[in-house]
Design a protein around this ligand. Structure first.
Ligand SMILES: Cc1cc2nc3c(=O)[nH]c(=O)nc-3n(C[C@H](O)[C@H](O)[C@H](O)COP(=O)(O)OP(=O)(O)OC[C@H]3O[C@@H](n4cnc5c(N)ncnc54)[C@H](O)[C@@H]3O)c2cc1C
Length: 587
């Protein structure tokens, strides 16, 4: 097996991975950086982000406001030292992107434009129309190309971490074009593998978001933190799950039920405001968890509209007018027209909540370091944790910049301390074992278990039992089902395609393995959390229980048993847990 040497290996070339690579290359041009990605960088999911990135810069805003919105939005499960660092670094990162060429929208006076976003008391979301992620990723990618020390390994699928003596020393990856396996030896590894929304059948996530990065760390002994917190975005297109950005509501779009009535004031989200009049943090500008939960209640009351793709409510943007829609939400118009045949300028758009984002992920500290020496993580795959129990829209793009950079700086600190190369023979044996496992998959006769069949069963289980509202019974059933699926996967999954070149059958089998592991961690963490907080809502434990559950869950992997669930403390610095108030009443 061929070996590639690098000082730092990064898994993932989305926003977090590229930002980390640039930061490392800038800090020390002599470092060799291997950027390993299963897709070409510009195909990473960051490209699909629409609405924008939060950073407090305007005269009416402050770091304290951004901090308070984030911590309250996260239902006090965020680590407040991490949030303080995040809000402080955010403006610098967004200005840095500007200098690298990101075309942020401007105000008429030439200053950067900001738009309102859900759960934020002040307008602070920087945007580039409704294609912010595309422009951010493009800016990062073109900047990364300036650094010869960054070597791109595009279309390489990472399968395993190499660990020796309690330290991560590299990884193995399959070159998809040839089917050949490589071992990457590195003195520090950064995982920036993105989210895992594809565990669910109805998701805004691109099909590559299968939790591989999380699973790599998890199987190497690093716990997954707060996995039970899954964000539903309130406005997905019902037939495809394609997202209509929160920017729709930030620009003044409203939600109405089957009777043409705005309903959010019935769920503690403020008194009804005049159409087009925005009152920040209330009604349609409430946080995503609350809006998605309100939909569920409307559905229970029979106030939703049945469609062939499930029950919906309407997003009404007609009052915004064609000019504003074309200027600020052109992509939304294009998506609604192309995928649903409705034009937001003239028609109300049917929408329903859709799985969007994982608040949980690889357990890291504020330095983006995992408990495993030499291993760092950033972006959606990581849980640092700034998002707590519910992420506020537009914090994620900023997070991957802030902590992508931080992960690189921490990796360099690690290199400068005592990073050894590790035991060559032990690491090679591990790489060989990884290759043998893949070979065994090729040798296995085609049996009765199909990849798509197992995946479908997993998705149905997640949708039925781990959705917006959960119960003990549902989660326990899901836990049993996932244990069964993991067993069946291990014993029976096989490949129809036995060739080496772009073997998507193999990749899908490996991705399914990642998703099954992440799904089990999610469900077991949810079963253990007997309270309702943020995006984790239990019908059988309806209140938040700070006495017993103001703590992060940690799921520890076991190859054949369900994960062990443990906990660690939430860092509270200056905001004591309080009541989340989105009623518009300041008292
Ligand atoms: C439709 C949509 C719209 C969004 N809009 C916004 C928004 O407006 N504002 C906001 O703040 N957030 C938004 N988000 C969330 C945000 O975009 C994501 O959380 C963020 O972009 C994730 O970035 P990342 O770098 O962590 O991962 P990604 O961009 O998903 O990149 C992951 C990388 O990991 C690589 N990878 C994964 N597995 C492997 C493997 N096994 N081997 C090798 N490489 C691997 C992939 O190739 C990819 O390069 C949106 C999300 C979606 C889905």
């Amino acid at each position: 097996m061929e070996t590639i040497q690098a000082d730092i290996a990064i898994i993932g070339a989305g926003g977090a991975g590229l930002r980390a690579a640039i930061a490392a290359a800038e800090a020390d041009p002599h470092l060799t950086i291997a950027l390993v990605s299963k897709v070409y960088p510009m195909r990473s999911h960051t490209c699909a982000a629409e609405g924008g990135a939060a950073g407090a810069v305007k005269a009416d805003d402050s770091l304290e406001h951004h901090f308070n919105d984030t911590v309250g939005g996260g239902d006090w499960l965020s680590d407040q030292d991490a949030v303080e660092y995040f809000v402080k670094e955010a403006p610098r990162e967004l200005v840095q992107l500007e200098h690298w060429g990101c075309p942020w929208n401007r105000e008429p006076d030439g200053s950067v434009a900001v738009r309102p976003f859900g759960g934020m008391e002040i307008k602070r979301t920087w945007f580039a129309a409704d294609k912010s992620g595309f422009h951010i990723l493009h800016t990062l990618y073109q900047t990364s190309l300036k650094y010869p020390s960054i070597k791109f390994y595009d279309e390489f699928y990472a399968t395993d971490l190499l660990v020796d003596d309690g330290h991560c020393r590299g990884l193995t990856a399959i070159e998809m074009r040839s089917g050949r396996m490589y071992q990457f030896r590195a003195r520090a590894v950064i995982i920036a593998g993105g989210g895992a929304g594809r565990m669910f059948p109805f998701s805004t996530n691109g099909s590559i978001k299968t939790g591989d990065g999380m699973a790599l760390a998890y199987r190497a002994g690093v716990p997954l933190k707060d996995m039970e917190f899954v964000q539903y975005h309130p406005t997905g297109l019902p037939n495809t799950g394609i997202l209509l950005t929160e920017g729709c509501r930030g620009e003044g779009g409203i939600l109405v039920n089957a009777h043409g009535r705005r309903y959010l004031q019935d769920y503690g989200l403020g008194p009804e405001t005049a159409v087009g009049k925005l009152v920040l943090k209330t009604m349609e500008l409430g946080p995503r968890d609350r809006l998605s939960q309100a939909f569920w209640h409307e559905q229970q009351k029979g106030n939703t509209i049945p469609t062939p793709w499930g029950d919906c409510v309407y997003l009404d943007m007609r009052h915004l007018g064609e000019k504003l829609i074309d200027e600020r939400l052109p992509f939304v118009r294009e998506l609604a027209t192309s995928y649903l045949g409705v034009d937001p300028v003239k028609d109300m758009v049917p929408i329903r909540p859709v799985v969007h984002y994982m608040m949980g992920g690889i357990h890291t500290d504020i330095r983006a370091a995992t408990p495993l020496g030499g291993l760092f993580a950033a972006g959606e795959c990581a849980c640092v944790s700034i998002n707590g129990a519910n992420r506020l829209g537009s914090n994620s793009l900023t997070e991957l910049l802030v902590f992508g950079r931080r992960a690189a700086l921490s990796a360099i600190e690690h290199l400068n301390s005592d990073a050894q190369a590790g035991n060559d023979a032990a690491l090679s044996a591990q790489a060989q074992a990884a290759q043998d496992r893949i070979r065994a998959l090729f040798m296995r006769p085609v049996g009765t278990e199909s990849i798509s069949g197992l995946r479908r069963e997993m998705m149905d289980t997640m949708e039925l039992n781990a959705g917006i509202y959960r119960t003990e019974k549902g989660l326990a059933e899901a836990a049993m089902k996932l244990a069964e699926l993991r067993r069946r996967y291990a014993a029976g999954v096989s490949l129809h395609d036995k060739t080496n070149v772009y073997n998507t059958d193999l990749l899908q089998a490996l991705e399914l393995g990642s998703m099954l592991d992440c799904a089990e961690a999610l469900v077991l963490s949810g079963l253990a959390r007997k309270e309702s907080r943020g995006a984790h809502q239990r019908l059988d434990f309806t209140g938040r229980d700070d006495m017993n559950y103001l703590k992060h869950s940690l799921a520890y992997y076991h190859p054949s048993e369900p994960p062990r669930i443990d906990y660690c403390k939430v860092v509270v610095t200056k905001s004591q847990p309080g009541v989340r108030n989105y009623s518009g009443d300041k008292k």
